[in-house]
Design a protein around this ligand. Structure first.
Ligand SMILES: NC(=O)C1=CN([C@@H]2O[C@H](COP(=O)(O)OP(=O)(O)OC[C@H]3O[C@@H](n4cnc5c(N)ncnc54)[C@H](O)[C@@H]3O)[C@@H](O)[C@H]2O)C=CC1
Ligand SMILES: O=C(O)[C@@H]1CCC=N1
Length: 267
């Protein structure tokens, strides 16, 4: 079991994960934060402003890096005292590989890439994991911890990590853009903006919950919405014309995935 996780950089993503763990009833003493700028920590969670303070406490057996990938090179030297041989280094840093983590924190017990999304806050995030150097016990400890935030899985091929990041880590951003566009389209065609936003959100919420609970795939479900000779088919035809939506999303995921390699190159 991971007794204490030190979250180094607790902004949007680290904060959402911490909120998810606490909402699930985890003991706040199981977590500590090192962040020079976070206004305050949740009740019962220790907040360190400097690495030396966390080092002196020496209470953690894992760290989770939650700062920006572009900061890895400058911050790693100052974090060596926190990443000794009894400490597992977990990282949220998009694009940064296990090999880069091992090079940045060579003394650590093992290295884990972690890719959640913001739905960790409500324990509904997929969490994709990739490790280097962990034994079976440490693998189980990581899976158990991250599974609290939704559904954690090990990926067996790190070459696909940037792609799953684009799909599951960045994915909420694309879904939010879609909801916004749906509401914007209805507004342009004459609906009041507030009503359009409310209906678009409720529709996406209901549709996604139904798909999650259904044995049928989303393609089949779309066909079930489209009554023969009815209205929906006309709209689906617009999305399907020349595989317009499919092509747009392939380009969206490609651009997102490829940025991962660029971030890795810069680190
Ligand atoms: N936002 C998202 O939905 C997701 C983000 N990620 C990853 O999470 C990481 C953080 O992203 P966000 O939370 O969006 O960024 P953010 O800017 O909200 O959070 C970064 C945090 O790092 C802290 N920080 C800055 N310098 C620091 C230092 N020297 N020591 C300790 N902490 C320091 C900041 O004060 C801030 O709280 C990135 O590596 C990103 O790739 C991964 C999956 C999803
Ligand atoms: O935009 C980013 O780089 C991070 C990684 C996945 C979601 N947010």
């Amino acid at each position: 079991m991971i007794n204490q996780l030190l979250i180094i950089g607790c902004g949007n993503m680290g904060g959402a994960m911490l909120a998810g763990w606490l909402a699930a009833g985890e003991d706040p003493a199981r977590f500590a934060i090192l962040d020079p700028a976070l206004p305050e920590a949740p009740a019962g969670v220790i907040l360190y402003r400097e690495a030396a303070e966390a080092e002196a406490a020496g209470a953690h057996d894992a760290v989770m890096l939650g700062f920006k990938p572009q900061q890895l090179r400058s911050l790693a030297p100052g974090l060596q005292g926190l990443t000794g041989e009894s400490v597992t280094v977990c990282s949220l840093l998009a694009g940064i590989t296990c090999a880069q983590l091992a090079a940045a924190f060579p003394q650590a017990r093992g290295h884990v890439r972690v890719m959640p999304n913001l739905a960790a806050r409500i324990n509904k995030s997929p969490v994709i994991l990739q490790e280097a150097g962990l034994d079976e016990g440490a693998r189980n400890d990581c899976l158990t911890l991250y599974d609290i935030l939704g559904t954690a899985i090990w990926l067996d091929d790190e070459a696909r990590f940037d792609l799953v990041t684009a799909l599951a880590g960045s994915g909420p951003g694309f879904v939010y853009r879609f909801i916004d566009a749906l509401a914007g389209a209805a507004t342009e065609l004459g609906l009041d903006r507030a009503a359009a936003e409310q209906l678009a959100l409720a529709t996406v919420d209901g549709a996604s919950s139904l798909a999650a609970a259904s044995d049928a795939g989303p393609g089949d479900l779309a066909d079930r919405v489209a009554s023969p000779g009815g209205m929906t088919r006309e709209g689906l035809n617009v999305l399907d014309e020349g595989a317009a939506l499919h092509r747009l999303l392939v380009e969206t995921l490609r651009a997102t995935r490829d940025k991962g390699a660029e971030l890795a190159k810069g680190a």
